[in-house]
Design a protein around this ligand. Structure first.
Ligand code: FAD
Length: 340
């Protein structure tokens, strides 16, 4: 780990200025679960680390004017256990409950979860000079792409690791950020940008911008489901969140794209009609129609389709009749003189 200067300012404005004025680069630290790993592995080598822990008012979850307001330093565990979140934004509570282990949820913060860096094994190994680290190639294209993107990939093919972000995109949340130009509020979907925009980063935040608060419209019916390889602790291989609110259905997928992936195809297929088993299956198929798997991750297409279909049904409170029957295989025809 490179030695760094540690600052703990008392306001967000001072924290932003401390990042801006760092002569050898700076990073924000919240729970530290992701950043410390990056520092130890020398994936990140800032000269300054700026803690948010001494900034008052960044914790807590409250309801205000029909929205839940969640501070950036609220922990994932606080979100998972909040009666307000469970009642008014169930997909978010379910997503938070699915994160890591109790220890990880107790330390990880909402802001850190939304801004965590990808878990791609090529990115996390200093020996691979991938596009994210300023190199010239995405090693997943020719290498092991089991856990990489099937939607929105290229030139880098990471998947975004945040479960909370998937739920928040479906719930149509927004984030308030603080930087050199003051405060601004952006829809959560605009917090993220595809690698085609800039492969070295996942968010649209300026380097000195800090997430202060997340605002979530309260009251939509919603659900979140996640498929992971290890039930005890694992990032999503595939996740889905669906909200059925006054603006119509909102559908988001996780584990499949470099950003939490909003599926307008699935939303259009669901339309304004009540959800049925048939419309859920059709929407899930529509969501995955644009998928472009890599060499080793074709399996994610039917998996995401199944997870999304179930999530749509769960959000609507419709019983799951099981997967739709596969198309009938035509009986082989026998040509004259041919034996089977
Ligand atoms: C073993 C393991 C398993 C995990 N499993 C899951 C999982 O299943 N699902 C899931 O969603 N997550 C998972 N996580 C992530 C975890 O939930 C934490 O949320 C995450 O590590 C970061 O939270 P943190 O507060 O520790 O952030 P930090 O490590 O402090 O920061 C993470 C990044 O965000 C930036 N940052 C932090 N706060 C802010 C802010 N307010 N504004 C702007 N930038 C900020 C930092 O500069 C840094 O780049 C897992 C982590 C581990 C270590």
């Amino acid at each position: 780990m490179r030695a760094f200067e540690y600052l703990s300012p008392k306001t967000l404005e001072a924290a932003s200025a401390a990042v801006r004025t760092a002569p050898e680069g700076a990073r924000i630290i919240a729970g530290g679960q992701d950043l410390l790993g990056e520092l130890k592995e020398r994936i990140a080598t800032p000269g300054r680390v700026v803690s948010l822990k001494a900034v008052p008012g960044l914790r807590g979850i409250r309801e205000e004017s029909g929205s839940l307001r969640i501070g950036a330093l609220a922990t994932v565990q606080e979100v998972a256990e909040s009666p307000l979140v469970r009642e008014k934004a169930p997909a978010l509570a379910e997503a938070a409950t699915s994160v890591g282990t109790p220890q990880i949820r107790a330390l990880g913060t909402v802001g850190g979860n939304l801004c965590q860096r990808p878990r791609c094994w090529y990115y996390r190994l200093a020996d691979f000079p991938c596009l994210k680290k300023g190199g010239g190639t995405c090693f997943a294209v020719e290498g092991d792409s089991r856990y990489h993107a099937i939607l929105g990939g290229g030139p880098c093919h990471i998947v975004h690791p945040s479960d909370l972000a998937v739920a928040l995109v479906a719930l149509d949340a927004s984030v308030e950020v603080v930087g050199a130009k003051g405060r601004r509020t952006i829809p959560i979907a605009d917090l993220y940008a595809l690698p085609a925009v800039d492969a070295s980063r996942e968010t649209t935040l300026a380097p000195d911008e800090i997430v202060a608060e997340v605002s979530v419209p309260a009251g939509a019916r919603s659900a979140f489901r996640k498929f992971r390889e290890k039930l005890s602790l694992d990032f999503a291989v595939v996740a889905a969140a669906v909200a059925l609110g006054p603006k119509g259905p909102r559908v988001a997928l996780g584990g499949v794209a470099p950003v939490p992936w909003r599926s307008r195809e699935a939303e259009a297929a669901l339309g304004a009609k009540p959800v049925t088993a048939e419309s859920a299956a059709a929407a899930a198929t529509a969501a995955l129609a644009p998928a472009k798997p890599l060499k080793n991750n074709r399996y994610k297409v039917p998996l995401a389709c199944a997870v999304l279909r179930r999530t749509i049904l769960a959000a609507a409170g419709v019983a799951d009749p099981g997967p739709p029957a596969p198309p009938a295989t035509p009986a082989p025809t026998k040509k004259a003189g041919e034996d089977f």
